[in-house]
Write a protein that binds this ligand. Structure first.
Ligand code: GTB
Length: 217
């Protein structure tokens, strides 16, 4: 059964791979699983039909037969658990890879999301200018720790895993800020991920959604 995922009909990032369907597409490409994409408008996301799939009215979602999932991390974990290529066979190594998935969304992503909110949703508020340096310090603290752990390894724990996929999915959100470049090994880690054929296919597919609607770019 071909899984169906949902993605933005018109992604605010103009196809730069920052929306969370990118993580799901990338996981599906890593395990060579063909998939269908249903594009959803911002208005349709809030309608009952979509909320039946996603209680918070967001993308991405994942449907496969009777199963409907939301939350990019849960979707990537499901894909990784049911198809070879994203989780090691050894039970302890598998548990560590899943730990990195949680670390990505639970420890590294929150301060990055704070930055996005402070810049783009609250940028005109009087407190925004004072808040930004505090948030950036919190991000730098996490990036420094992650950079120390990664060291000169290619991936976080042995071979590339769903843990790396989720971590890079989170770090990509920092690309527009330039902060990643302060940590050369993290910048190289993201670049190494972007060079993976599966990443390239996923990126091209989500970019094609934008270019099909805006042929002049
Ligand atoms: N925790 C959920 C998950 O991981 O799946 C979060 C899902 C989520 O935030 N979805 C966003 C959404 O549907 C799209 S990815 N937003 C519409 C809404 O809430 O009404 C977040 C996102 C949006 C825009 C950019 N961008 O423009 O760069 C990047 C990421």
């Amino acid at each position: 059964m071909i899984p169906i995922i949902t993605a933005f009909e018109s992604s605010p990032d103009r196809g730069k791979g920052l929306a969370r369907d990118m993580r799901v597409r990338w996981a599906l490409e890593e395990v060579d699983q063909p998939y269908e994409v249903h594009l959803v408008s911002s208005a349709a996301m809030k309608q009952p039909a979509h909320r039946a799939l996603h209680p918070f009215g967001q993308i991405p979602t994942y449907q496969e037969g009777d199963l409907a999932l939301f939350e990019s991390g849960a979707i990537v974990l499901h894909i990784a658990e049911h198809r070879a290529g994203l989780l090691p066979d050894d039970a302890n190594a598998r548990a560590r890879a899943i730990t990195w998935m949680f670390a990505a969304v639970n420890t590294v992503e929150p301060p990055i999301l704070e930055l996005v909110v402070a810049k783009f949703l609250e940028g005109d508020k009087p407190w925004s200018e004072q808040r930004l340096p505090l948030i950036k310090d919190r991000i730098r603290a996490r990036l420094g720790e992650l950079s120390d752990r990664l060291g000169d390894a290619d991936w976080l724990d042995g071979a590339f895993s769903a843990g790396d996929l989720m971590m890079v999915g989170v770090l990509m959100r920092l690309k527009p800020s330039g902060m990643l470049d302060e940590y050369p090994n993290l910048a190289a880690y993201v670049a190494r991920s972007e060079a993976r054929p599966a990443f390239k296919r996923a990126f091209a597919a989500q970019l094609a959604v934008f270019t099909s609607k805006h042929p002049a770019g």
